[in-house]
Design a protein around this ligand. Sequence first.
Ligand code: SF4
Length: 199
Amino acid sequence: MQQQISYQIGNNLYLSITDRCTLECEFCPKTYGDMKVKGYDLTFDHRPTAEEIIASIDDPARYDEVVFCGYGEPTLRLNLLLEVARYIKQQGGRVRLNTDGLCNLIHKHDTLPDLGECVDALSISLNAQNKEIYDLHCRPNLPGSYEAMLEFLRRAPEYVADVTATAIDGLEGVDIAECEVIAKSMQVNFRRRILNEVG
Ligand code: SF4
């Protein structure tokens, strides 16, 4: 069976470019070895090249958005992500990046200027109103993850026009109203996600 690099949900095309992340979210099917989403199996047999990813996109302009998403954190492959995002923009597509917001922590420099050049919309997983609840559900491998995510969220609107913070309703201790207050205080949109719903 051929690896699923791109997959369509509604009128968006999603790109699965890595199966790695530095979080081990206890609510994520991937954590338990399940790589299926909406009938697609995102199991990896290799990490795709930029050429393979681009070849999997028929026409970027025919979708509402082309979304870097999947089970894994796309910004772990930052240079490849930027290359593919630039291609999508050149072809008239709109780019959204769904991210855990840990890009600057991982790459040890400010990645927002580069992202701002080729990403139209950012969806950042805020996930919790404080570090304690974040650590409980997201189980970060890197110290300082919650603080780094908040700083990334705070600075993102300087570079990307459309920024949304998300949190999942239904997780123990997660206060959705408080998450929304944090988002508003950073002048970004807020979206309440439903457990096990992708998009
Ligand atoms: S960062 Fe995303 S892919 Fe990784 S465990 Fe959390 S929800 Fe799953």
